[in-house]
Design a protein around this ligand. Sequence first.
Ligand code: SF4
Length: 222
Amino acid sequence: MTYSTHEQLEQSLLACDACPLCRDAIGPTSYNGSPLSPLTIVGEGPGGVEDEYGVPLVGPSGQLLDKALASVGVTRDRAYTTNVIKCRPKNNRTPTIEEGQFCAAAWLDQELSLVKPKVIIALGSVALKYLMGPTARITKDRGRWFTTKHGIQAIATYHPAYLLRLTGKDLVKAKWEVFYDLRSAIEKCQELAPDYLLKSPEPPDLLALYSQRRQQRQTPKQ
Ligand code: SF4
């Protein structure tokens, strides 16, 4: 089905039960931020906190992402954040490529055609493989610009959940790599959409926004 507005798409997404992943989740998660933004951030899939709130990247990984974005002058309310896979896989396992392709063909592709971002930041391997191709490798291909099949300029960097597992010199190195990848993305975005403010003039009350979504969420399945 093709949707003519982002609101219609979101309404249908939140009711999706097209694959078994939804059975172990509270329900599909949608997006956060602004569908009018020229910058889209694509993560992997929801974890426990995201499933509870119904929005992507709001748990520990999302908080680290917020800090990393702040270091390059971006607030999350001025970007559009979404995931390849909308339902949390059981026990937080990493989704398979096939699961990602199925869900993204149903939802992410249409999101991108409605939001029409100028620049995509792909976070981690699942997002990179969906947007660049199945042979892509995050260690080899992060930091390299490519064009997605949707015709959008994209760059990949490490998922914040990966950074949270690192320590010592590995963590320092990966953090710098993420910083340079994000800075490159923001420079490209400013070049392609010079009039758009990527930083909110007032610090956004993200918790209030997320809490509203949480209240709308269904009672967890038993
Ligand atoms: S993972 Fe995607 S395709 Fe599967 S039920 Fe959830 S929203 Fe639908």
